[in-house]
Design a protein around this ligand. Structure first.
Ligand SMILES: C[S@@+](CC[C@H](N)C(=O)[O-])C[C@H]1O[C@@H](n2cnc3c(N)ncnc32)[C@H](O)[C@@H]1O
Length: 320
């Protein structure tokens, strides 16, 4: 959703503090968003995370001369707080939030999906890998062949497989050892044939559920959001693009919570109002326009949410 992202960050046109004129791109991927924002703001610098080393290796080709304005971090965005504190330990006072804006475009890049060797795509045959970070230990093969049936039910249910979770777990255990993504797809097809799940075939959701487990995606996202909140300068925005409802629920839940009055804090002088951290600007998630959906079918499931930190507590209270 490049147009929506540029629009969301257009407040940077009037950003007055040069010391925090810096963005965090938590998911560099193909570098599209970082490249776009660097082009638009010639004084902007970006800290870009990706846990997939291969994504960061492409940065010089994607960014050209603008690469000098980017610090690349090969780590999970779940470690954003610690890694950012390390990066700015010598240059920023500990209580100065370093980022004028924070962006995360969750899920997989097309490079990851298109490379069958990574094991992410349910349509092509490949190894049961699914690690975004190829140095991490847990693989899809270990989840599918090593977890007991009850743990598998939990993986499928968490990942959105719903009423078919128990049948899928039973099918996986019966089909062991699974060796390739084609083996997993066969189990999905058998369960789908029996259950006649309506709508999209079950494979897509099952692959997604296994990937969420392999990459510990729920915990990373929660830890990222908690860190991002502390790293955002007053007036800045956090924009997150999600591709499934599990992620979107977590993001919407955090943004809603941050925009509520903090009843542990003391009331604002004069007004008697309780302070708030900022405002959730997307009570309903934004979706891609029809043109983008036509060009890029993945965009159809994209949901964008935006939170803005208040410039002052009084301003936030007044805004609402
Ligand atoms: C949808 S792509 C990002 C595309 C990017 N915005 C662009 O414009 O090209 C998602 C990227 O996020 C990375 N990613 C997913 N989870 C991550 C995590 N926990 N920490 C760091 N990177 C992550 C993936 O490796 C992938 O490269």
């Amino acid at each position: 959703m490049p147009g929506e992202i540029v629009e969301a960050f257009s407040y940077l046109d009037n950003w007055s503090d040069p010391a925090s004129f810096r963005l965090l791109d938590a998911t560099f991927g193909g570098g599209g968003h970082t490249a776009l924002l660097l082009e638009r703001y010639p004084a902007l610098t970006i800290v870009a995370f990706d846990r997939d080393e291969e994504a960061l290796k492409r940065a010089p080709a994607v960014l050209g001369d603008n690469l000098s304005r980017v610090q690349l971090v090969n780590d999970s965005f779940g470690s954003v707080l610690e890694r950012t504190e390390e990066l700015f330990a010598d240059s920023l006072a500990p209580d100065v939030p370093p980022f004028a804006g924070i962006l995360a475009d969750l899920g997989l890049s097309s490079d990851q999906l298109d490379n069958s060797e990574r094991g992410f795509a349910f349509r092509s045959d490949g190894p049961l890998d699914m690690r975004m970070d190829r140095e991490s230990e847990l693989t899809a093969e270990q989840v599918l062949n090593g977890y007991n049936q009850r743990e598998l039910v939990r993986v499928f249910a968490t990942g959105g497989v719903g009423a078919h979770s128990a049948a899928m777990a039973k099918g996986v255990v019966a089909a062991r050892p699974l060796q390739t993504t084609a083996d997993l797809r066969k189990v999905c097809d058998a369960v789908w044939e029996r259950g006649r799940r309506k709508g999209k075939r079950i494979s897509q959701v099952v692959f997604q559920a296994v990937r969420i487990e392999v990459n510990d995606e729920v915990r990373s996202l929660e830890s990222f959001l908690d860190g991002a909140k502390q790293l955002l300068a007053p007036g800045g925005k956090i924009a997150v693009i999600c591709f499934h409802s599990l992620e979107d629920r977590i993001v919407a839940g955090r943004f809603r919570k941050w925009s509520k009055a903090d009843d542990s804090a003391s009331r604002l002088p004069m007004s008697g109002e309780l302070p708030r951290y900022g405002a959730h600007l997307t009570a309903r998630a934004m979706t891609a326009g029809s043109e983008e959906n036509e060009m890029n079918p993945r965009a159809r499931s994209a949901m964008l949410r935006i939170f803005q930190r208040g410039v002052s507590q009084r301003e936030i209270v007044e805004k609402e």
